[in-house]
Design a protein around this ligand. Structure first.
Ligand SMILES: Cc1cc2nc3c(=O)[nH]c(=O)nc-3n(C[C@H](O)[C@H](O)[C@H](O)COP(=O)(O)OP(=O)(O)OC[C@H]3O[C@@H](n4cnc5c(N)ncnc54)[C@H](O)[C@@H]3O)c2cc1C
Length: 300
């Protein structure tokens, strides 16, 4: 019998800048947009074993270097979009946006996912990053997940199979420094029942706070660095006088010092140089080594 053929969209030499919130980065050798879960399985099953694979969601925490990405990039945003109640749990597939998940859970009279309303990523990206804010964190409300491996096999995994810390998650059985070897395709969230209007009100006020404090009208990727224990990366960067500091078209936001904005013509190299300058300056002036939150892929 003939091998099943992947039915999704395969784009060759596709510029990734259009898939990242910073709007920078080179081309992917291959960008694959699956037609659904089974199709994603077929695509991965048929890929040569030596092919490197990256998954991206909304690219809101991602710096793609200017030389682009060798191998295949799988785009998950808008691909797996199932969102429903499932035996008292909220079931969301990896391509659903966090904003949509937050609004859906509020309408379902569920609490605890309001914080996701302002995170401009996908459920898959939120799981990979353990995204969070305002006291909420993705893995605090996860009950189980579905994952897929490099060869297209699916797994149902319990929350206990993962160790989630601040903006980081790994499989519990793996050694601490090993990266995830599976990608997320869906998650079940366990959220207590409450008043819909209360959750909707909370979402409104969290979004208003973001609008007031973040440069949402300029391309950016959210927080560049994680907050060090007991302090804030933004406070340290601002105290170094770096607000407004520029490298090429990349600038430390005037509104939020932990955000780097693209003034229009930034390259990934500009952004990386600026990140290095911020890290070096904070180390020199405060003796603190900032840890990067933004993920970097591709070749310079
Ligand atoms: C204005 C702004 C505000 C932000 N505010 C916050 C905030 O308050 N809190 C916060 O935590 N983050 C914040 N972020 C960062 C970002 O939105 C989150 O990290 C988000 O979870 C990333 O999701 P994404 O779909 O965009 O992932 P991407 O940026 O596409 O990918 C990020 C990482 O996740 C991996 N990944 C993506 N999808 C999958 C998948 N299905 N399975 C496995 N791995 C996957 C990628 O390989 C990559 O390593 C902000 C960003 C912006 C631009």
């Amino acid at each position: 019998m003939a091998e099943p053929i992947a039915q999704g969209k395969l784009l060759l030499n596709e510029p990734l800048a259009r898939y990242t919130s910073w709007r920078v980065g080179g081309k992917a050798d291959r960008l694959y947009i699956p037609a659904g879960l089974q199709d994603l399985q077929v695509f991965l099953q048929n890929l040569g074993a030596s092919e490197t694979v990256h998954f991206i969601g909304l690219g809101s925490n991602l710096l793609v270097r200017d030389g682009g990405v060798r191998g295949s990039v799988v785009l998950m945003h808008n691909v797996l979009t199932g969102l429903r109640m499932d035996e008292g749990l909220v079931y969301a597939e990896a391509g659903v946006t966090c904003a949509k998940l937050a609004r859906f859970t509020a309408r379902q009279h569920r609490h605890g996912a309001e914080f996701m309303a302002g995170i401009p990523g996908t459920v898959g990206g939120a799981l990979a990053m353990n995204a969070g804010c305002h006291g909420g964190e993705t893995w605090n409300v996860v009950k189980q997940v579905q994952t897929i491996d490099r060869y297209g096999a699916l797994y149902l995994r319990d929350r206990a199979e993962f160790v989630a810390t601040y903006r980081h998650v790994e499989m519990a059985a793996e050694t601490a420094d090993r990266e995830l070897t599976e990608w997320f395709t869906a998650a079940w969230f366990d959220l207590p029942a409450g008043e819909a209007s209360e959750a909707e009100q909370k979402i409104k006020s969290l979004l208003a706070r973001r609008l007031a404090t973040q440069p949402l009208n300029q391309p950016n990727a959210g927080s560049t660095f994680r907050n060090p224990p007991g302090d804030f990366a933004a406070r340290l960067i601002e105290a170094c006088g770096l607000k407004g500091y520029r490298v090429g078209g990349a600038q430390v936001s005037e509104k939020h010092a932990n955000f780097i904005v693209n003034l229009g013509d930034a390259t990934a190299a500009d952004i990386e140089q600026l990140i290095a300058h911020m890290r070096d300056t904070v180390r020199q002036q405060h003796g603190i080594e900032l840890q990067q939150e933004v993920r970097v892929i591709g070749e310079a």
